[in-house]
Design a binder for this molecule. Structure first.
Ligand SMILES: *Cc1c(COP(=O)(O)O)cnc(C)c1O
Length: 373
């Protein structure tokens, strides 16, 4: 190893201060139930496998950097113009574009906490100030407190519905009231990564977008469509906002394979197959929720492909370890609790069998202070 000279390149302080994105643990054992990352446990859709088998010969060429065909299809599906669509490297990639295109250093990004852990990281990366508003005791967004947290420096509000990791969706009436309070020059991002699992609990974000052009709908092919490994997500936003997003995207960030796989996933037969897989997951979600409640656990109604158990840290560590010892990987959140992704019936049975051996902690209170750094 060469000696480090006194002066050497180093990341800027804002980067060194970023909290690390903690990915769910990956399965290393054939018996492992990988329930830590909210992925689809199904193999890719047949139409996607077909695309992957037949489209790899062109990878010596750059993809269409504008994702034109996919955007045209999305515009058709949503009844919006192509100019109102943006495709990026996962919805996390699109979110980075959102914050980069709207926030100057010192501008504020308001979001609920606990929520998707990429939010504070992406805000800080852009030099913006993350403003985390605690969830309510019922694990829902506190939209009144979030509206109160909006200042003249606020450029973006991130709403996650259903919320990762608590599974609780936004309520339509509360969202309406929130939108009338937020200034029209603040972008309200509705992150719907799990919308396909929400059924009737979902707000009609497309109708809201027509009434409130400061809304940006954010969706992904990573979860219900099962394309987490291909990196493709999208946004619907007003033309001027969408234009800014496209300008801040890395050129060629979405591969041609990802674009084709996403298009194939939207074909009626593939989308139908996706919906029947989602129905299976929703049935397992009901079964797991009911079984855990029967054991005495407090489980909020989830509209996503995971369930949430709030608990003190000592219980959380013990539970994550006990499940891991039984080859079940789940996601623990310091200060908050444990999130368990839903997979097949066998996975549900295994989780229920392990949790039956644990005394559920007394109903845990939300932490008094919000810690996300
Ligand atoms: C998983 C997830 C995403 C999507 O991530 P991709 O970058 O599209 O894979 C976005 N938002 C939330 C809240 C998520 O949980």
């Amino acid at each position: 190893m060469p000696e480090t000279p006194a002066r050497a390149p180093r990341p800027r302080d804002a980067v060194l201060a970023l909290p690390a994105y903690i990915a769910g643990r990956r399965a290393e054992h054939e018996l492992t139930a990988a329930l830590a990352s909210n992925e689809s446990h199904h193999a890719p859709l047949p139409a996607v496998l077909e695309v992957l088998a037949h489209s790899s010969a062109a990878v010596n060429r750059y993809p269409d950097t504008a994702s034109t065909a996919l955007r045209e299809r999305l515009a058709e599906l949503f009844g919006v113009t192509v100019e109102e669509t943006v495709v990026g490297a996962g919805s996390t990639g699109v979110l980075q574009q959102i914050i980069a295109s709207l926030c100057d250093p010192g501008d504020e990004v308001v979001f609920a906490w606990r929520s998707f852990e990429a939010y504070p990281i992406l805000a800080r990366l852009a030099g913006a100030v993350p403003v985390a508003v605690p969830l309510r005791a019922d694990e829902a967004h506190d939209l009144e407190a979030m509206a109160d947290a909006v200042t003249p420096r606020t450029r973006v509000v991130l709403l996650c519905t259903p919320n990762n990791p608590t599974g609780v969706p936004l309520a339509a009436a509360e969202l309406d009231a929130f939108l009338t309070r937020v200034p029209s020059d603040v972008l309200v991002v509705i992150d719907e990564a799990y919308i396909e699992y929400s059924g009737a609990a979902a707000v009609d974000s497309v109708a809201l977008f027509r009434r409130h052009p400061n809304i940006c709908i954010l969706r992904t092919f990573s979860k219900a469509y099962g394309l987490a490994g291909l990196r493709v997500g999208y946004a619907i936003a007003a033309p001027a906002v969408a234009e800014g997003l496209r300008r801040t995207g890395l050129p060629f960030a979405v591969s041609a394979l990802a674009q084709r796989a996403a298009l194939a996933s939207l074909e009626p037969a593939a989308a139908g197959e996706m919906r029947s897989r989602v129905a299976e997951v929703v049935a397992e979600r009901s079964r797991l929720t009911a079984a855990l409640r029967a054991q005495g656990w407090v489980v909020p109604d989830s509209s996503a492909n995971f369930v949430w158990l709030r608990m003190p840290d000592a219980d959380r560590e013990a539970l994550v370890d006990l499940l891991a010892a039984n080859h079940i990987l789940v996601r623990g959140y310091p200060g908050d609790g444990v999130r368990i992704s839903i997979a097949d019936a066998a996975a549900t049975d295994r989780v229920v069998a392990v949790l039956a051996r644990v005394t559920p902690p007394a109903a845990a209170a939300l932490p008094a202070s919000v810690v996300f750094a």
